[in-house]
Write a new protein. Structure first.
Length: 157
């Protein structure tokens, strides 16, 4: 529960107690007919009702988006490995050592840049997916406290 929600609940409880005490003090003891219509009803705190189908749909949407983002990352990494293999194969047949070493360094530099871009794109997409999920879950009145906020968990994949 958030701090403001806790304050709201505590405030409602105090107001409820005050109304109850006022109602008891305001009763006329000379009449035992229990038909005092001037006593306001005692109110209780409002319980938050979670829209479970909505929450389940939000989780399904999140998981599909995370899976899609991971597949895109895997595809990009696989393409980087394929290009690295091709570039290194071409580099190792160069007979001039200086040119061969430059081609090898370029192959690795290109690979590292491609892999980094894939990881960065995945991280940004993953964070956006989890941000959307938190918004969707809130609209469903669902707490995400039990979720380990996988934007950090999923980022380590």
């Amino acid at each position: 529960m958030t701090v403001s929600f806790k304050k709201l609940v505590i405030g409602a409880m105090i107001a409820s107690l005050a109304l109850s005490a006022g109602a008891v003090l305001a009763q006329d003891n000379s009449s035992n007919d229990n038909t005092n219509t001037n006593v306001p009803p005692v109110t209780s705190t409002v319980k938050k009702t979670i829209d479970l189908p909505c929450a389940a749909a939000a989780v399904a949407k999140r998981e599909a988006a995370v899976s899609s983002a991971f597949s895109a990352k895997a595809t990009a990494i696989e393409a980087a490995f394929t290009k690295r293999a091709s570039d290194l194969a071409a580099a190792w047949i160069i007979t001039v050592a200086k040119d061969r070493n430059a081609a090898i360094r370029t192959a690795w530099k290109t690979f590292n840049a491609s892999a980094k871009k894939a990881r960065t794109t995945y991280a940004k997409t993953n964070n956006a997916v989890w941000k959307t999920f938190r918004t969707d879950a809130k609209a469903c009145r669902a707490s995400t406290a039990a979720e380990p906020m996988g934007s950090t968990n999923d980022a380590n994949l």
